[in-house]
Design a protein around this ligand. Structure first.
Ligand code: ADP
Ligand code: ZN
Ligand code: ZN
Length: 818
């Protein structure tokens, strides 16, 4: 009998690929293991085993696999099932899900090696200069990577050079796989076992008395050993004894010391802190906990709606405790890694070393280690805190998922595929595991509240802040009047300035929220009105004062700020609008003695950049923190008495059906950073439009009214959660092709799906990275089958792909686009 293996390759193609295997391989391989397989002309890829069978493919001759990479599965069956669900639901290939789900270190790719051809008889004179350089280098090395050849000849593209060398018989090529992950090994030493015998030991010490340095090493080893009886790292011995590496090595060579290595996790939570006492919940938290349990009892996800600082985290802690008591794993999802550092500390306080962290700022090595710990169900990974990608970890025994700040739109992955919503994918994951799941927020998303109202989700609420702290006092400041009467100082109203002064006098801290980074969004010429544009995208460039640059926030393009207008040459350039950097600058002028920090995308790029800013502010090394939406999310600062919102209007006027919901959430959340201890916090919202209903709802903390109004509008205008939305984006370099293709696709969809189709239309930014864009929105009523609708769309896509002039047009699906 012949054996065949279906694998998934981490590429956008939707099908499985079949390879030939031996019977032994068939017996050994299991779904979820990795194999290296040849693919395409000469490349070797890592693929995931999907199934083993004995049906030869009909369309092609199956090749043999190259190598088996795992002893046991790296991915379990629940994961595979979940990933297939994601690929179906979010309309992408399983390979794309795998590419994003597995830490990249697991996806080895081959690299071309160039080796000298030992048999060839080479006439050096016949080689061209660049050929000779490579030939010469290979006289001293067994193999060169393509990148190294690039360096040798100082050229980017060396493909034709390598081909010439192969043709002339100078070199051979070979593909090799590289393991990117290297375990971290720590070297330890111990005294050889023979010296357990006292007589032997005495003899040794006698002998060493003639070698004082070596003798010192042995004595130091004893000293360390009596202090604590743990394995002794070589580095520690070196430090303690003051001896050099050579001296220690001599002792190892003489077999006096034995050397051994231990694998260490790169991130190890050292402190052996006592797991602290169980916390007592107050009456509101206790009631919420009961309601949550009721929902769990009915196998429903539960929405926890608790006002800011009501103590939701402590309720989660209780749920985690219960989950661990049952011996199960818990996953705590956060929308933003900025939030993890405070939470890690809080959870480690209760659960010590059982907490692991997983997110994209971790190195590939660190991610592999967390993955392996979860796979092994290790105690240290019983609780995982992470951003959305931690959904993909190999949980075998999940008992609880917490989705904190469930309303956050950053739970939705925008690019690349899979464009999944981590909250929704978590609900499906929990169902597969028969695990409990809780969604928490002070400002639940309209769809989650809708699900709770319909009884699809359980519901629990806490309407009081913990410790009887009052909700902040929120006031609107009309800056239209103030601007007209010229009573603004820069972007600050008199009222806001006075409040800042008062807070600072009391030794309290201030958070200022400005929903834009950079200095001024655009630099405009007041003579001709020209605004510098990005050459790749259809947006204006943003001025960054710190680097004196104009930058594109979409593609990263940047140029130095010009002294004169690029269109008319006049020097009348003016900053329009304002961003975080400009607020910081104005504060430095207004309060020269005060320390002002800034938290936005530009200041938080490094691995620990968030932690640094957050802890500096916690430690009161800064008096004022200016930030974008990053400061709105879940942070718990003790000494902040005033929050100022520089301008609420840009948010409210954003052209999106969610703009009002989002504004309410953002303003309520940022307001929630104020006055989290005894003293009542104060919030000032500057606006041109103080009668806006959303601002009224924010000041009166009236979530219910906001929800009722928004759901009414969604029903009127048919937006989620009343319908589902699939957004299809067409992308092409050529403007006319794009338009024609979009028209064709729109018409075809309309033929099948009728008037549920909106567009094609240009998005607000209609060109990004040199591609023109056009969107088509498909609205799918809740009662219509989603699966069938997707099938219709896929059929139309097939016909679309068959039209040769649209070959250069790419289609991108975004299901539940938000
Ligand atoms: P939320 O997440 O709802 O905004 P937090 O969980 O951050 O609120 O709680 C606000 C503050 O109240 C925190 O400093 C927290 O330590 C404290 N707190 C909440 N519940 C308790 C409790 N049961 N016992 C002691 N302190 C609590
Ligand atoms: Zn001009
Ligand atoms: Zn750009």
């Amino acid at each position: 009998m012949d054996y065949f293996l279906d694998v998934v390759l981490p590429i956008p193609l939707e099908r499985l690929f079949t390879y030939k295997i031996t019977q032994q391989e068939a017996d050994f391989l299991q779904p979820g293991m990795r194999v290296a397989v040849p693919f395409g002309k000469s490349k070797i890829y890592t693929a995931l085993v999907y199934q083993i069978h004995s049906n030869a493919p009909t369309a092609y001759d199956a090749k043999e696999i190259f190598q088996i990479l795992d002893e046991t599965p790296l991915v379990n069956s629940v994961q595979l099932k979940h990933w297939e669900w994601i690929s179906h639901y979010y309309m992408c290939s399983l390979g794309e899900v795998i590419r994003s789900a597995l830490p990249s270190a697991f996806l080895l790719e081959s690299e071309t090696l160039v080796m000298p051809n030992k048999e060839a008889d080479i006439h050096e004179m016949e080689l061209k200069d660049d050929e000779f350089l490579v030939y010469e280098a290979l006289q001293h090395q067994t193999a060169l990577k393509i990148g190294e050849i690039s360096d040798i000849v100082d050229k980017k593209n060396v493909l034709s050079l390598v081909n010439r060398l192969v043709q002339k018989g100078v070199v051979n090529q070979k593909e090799e796989l590289y393991e990117q992950y290297r375990p971290k090994l720590v070297r330890y030493v111990k005294l050889s076992d023979v010296y357990d015998d006292e007589a032997q030991l005495e003899e040794l010490l006698n002998e060493l008395s003639r070698a004082p340095k070596q003798s010192q090493v042995v004595l130091s080893l004893f000293q360390i050993r009596t202090k604590n009886n743990k394995p002794i790292p070589i580095d520690d011995l070196e430090k303690e004894s003051g001896a050099s590496k050579a001296v220690i090595k001599a002792l190892i060579d003489k077999n006096v010391l034995g050397e051994y290595q231990i694998r260490k996790d790169r991130i190890d939570y050292q402190e052996e802190s006592e797991e602290s006492e169980h916390i007592g919940l107050n009456e509101h938290q206790t009631k919420a906990l009961e309601d949550i349990q009721t929902g769990f009892g009915q196998n429903k996800p539960v929405l926890l709606h608790g006002v800011t600082s009501s103590g939701k985290t402590e309720v989660y802690v209780k749920l985690i405790e219960q989950c661990l008591e049952e011996g199960k794993q818990a996953l705590y999802l956060l929308p933003e890694i900025a939030l993890t550092s405070q939470l890690i500390n809080r959870l480690r306080h209760y659960f010590g070393h059982k907490v692991s962290v997983y997110h994209s700022k971790y190195s590939i090595h660190e991610r592999v280690e967390v993955w392996n710990n979860v796979l092994a169900q290790a105690e240290k990974a019983q609780i995982v805190i992470g951003a959305r990608s931690s959904l993909f970890l190999p949980f075998a025994n999940l008992g609880l998922v917490v989705v904190d700040e469930e309303h956050e739109s950053s739970f939705k992955q925008f690019d690349p595929a899979p464009r999944y919503h981590a909250r929704d994918a978590a609900i499906v994951l929990a169902a597969f595991h028969k695990s409990n799941i809780i969604l928490g927020s002070a400002t639940p998303s309209i769809e989650s509240m809708d699900n709770a109202k319909k009884g699809k989700y359980g519901y629990a609420s806490i309407q009081h802040r913990y410790g009887n702290v009052l909700m902040p006092d929120i006031n609107l400041v009309d800056i239209k009047e103030a601007t007209r009467k010229k009573r603004m100082k820069g972007h600050f109203s008199e009222i806001l300035l006075k409040a800042i002064e008062e807070a600072l006098e009391e030794g309290e801290q201030v958070i200022l929220f400005q929903n834009r980074r950079g200095f001024a969004p655009v630099v405009e010429c007041t003579t001709c009105g020209h605004v510098a544009q990005c050459p790749n995208c259809d947006v204006s460039l943003t001025f960054h004062q710190h680097r004196n640059q104009l930058r594109c926030h979409y593609c990263g393009y940047h140029m130095a700020l010009q002294q004169a207008c690029l269109a008319c040459g006049s020097a009348t350039l003016d900053n329009k609008g304002f961003g975080t950097e400009q607020i910081q600058e104005e504060l430095n002028q207004l309060f020269p003695k005060v320390s002002v920090g800034r938290m936005d995308l530009d200041t938080t790029r490094g691995k620990y950049a968030y932690e640094k800013i957050i802890s500096a502010f916690e430690n009161q090394e800064m008096d004022i923190l200016v930030g974008t939406q990053m400061v709105t999310k879940g942070l718990d600062f003790r000494n902040v008495s005033l929050v100022g919102i520089m301008n609420a209007d840009t948010m409210l006027n954003f052209p999106d059906y969610r703009a009002h919901e989002r504004s309410f959430q953002m303003l309520t959340q940022v307001a929630g950073r104020a006055g989290r201890t005894k003293k009542r916090g104060k919030v000032l919202i500057q606006t041109y439009n103080p009668y806006h209903q959303i601002l009224q709802q924010v000041t009166t903390n009236n979530y219910g009214k906001m929800y009722a109004e928004q759901i009414y509008e969604r029903e009127q205008f048919k937006y989620p959660p009343v319908v589902r939305i699939i957004k299809v984006t067409l992308k092409a370099r050529d403007f006319n092709t794009l338009n024609e293709a979009a028209q064709w696709l729109g018409d075809s969809l309309r033929n099948v799906l009728g008037n549920q189709i909106l567009g094609p239309e240009y998005p607000p930014v209609a060109r990004i990275r040199r591609d023109y864009l056009k969107n088509i929105l498909i609205k799918i009523p809740k009662k219509q089958s989603l699966a069938q609708t997707k099938n219709s769309i896929k059929r139309i896509e097939k016909s679309f792909n068959a039209i040769s002039k649209y070959k250069s047009v790419r289609l991108v699906y975004n299901v539940d686009h938000i």
